[in-house]
Design a protein around this ligand. Structure first.
Ligand SMILES: [Zn+2]
Ligand SMILES: [Zn+2]
Length: 172
């Protein structure tokens, strides 16, 4: 997800470029590669290139209730400023940005969107991911996935800590 902005940096303030993204990347760091698509608009500002992206992907998440894996669409939307590290005209190094967390344009005038896409993808993942709002979850006693049907546990509401004791008693 690299974009060369050497042309744009030499254009008047307010100049824009639209850039199509279609990239495969391990955006969630979960070992899976996801296809990220969409558009980014780059705008030259007084001191930077402002990047505004609207990207979409579909990721694999684990349901917090049934622990099943499911596909989940993610919208990755962000606006970030990328600061030059080298002066486009003289080629000399510029002082580093005040905020060390700032995104930068490298010495070859490339913007790498990967880090921003990863950060915003993680933010877009729901804290408590559910495969379905009505997910029935796992049986507290036998661990069966109740989305796949009822289990054979007795219907009484027995505290699972006592369940084993009840089992032993009933064998006597
Ligand atoms: Zn679930
Ligand atoms: Zn059960």
């Amino acid at each position: 997800m690299q974009i060369n902005v050497s042309q744009l940096l030499q254009e008047p303030i307010g100049s824009t470029r639209d850039y199509e993204v279609d990239a495969d990347d391990e955006i969630l760091g979960d070992g899976n590669t996801y296809n990220v698509r969409g558009t980014c608009r780059l705008m030259k500002t007084q001191r930077s290139i402002l990047v505004k992206c609207s990207l979409d992907t579909v990721v694999d998440l684990t349901c917090v209730r049934c622990l099943g894996r499911f596909r989940h669409p993610l919208k990755i939307r962000f606006e970030e400023e990328y600061l030059p590290t080298v002066d486009i005209h003289s080629g000399s190094n510029l002082p580093p940005p005040d905020d060390p967390a700032s995104f930068t344009i490298d010495e070859r005038h490339n913007i790498d969107l990967t880090e921003a896409v990863r950060q915003y993808a993680l933010l877009a993942v729901p804290m408590k991911a559910l495969c379905d709002d009505d997910c029935a979850g796992l049986c507290q006693r036998c661990g069966k996935n109740l989305n796949q049907g009822k289990c054979d546990c007795p219907p009484e509401d027995i505290d699972p800590r006592w369940a084993r004791l009840t089992e032993i008693e009933s064998k006597e």
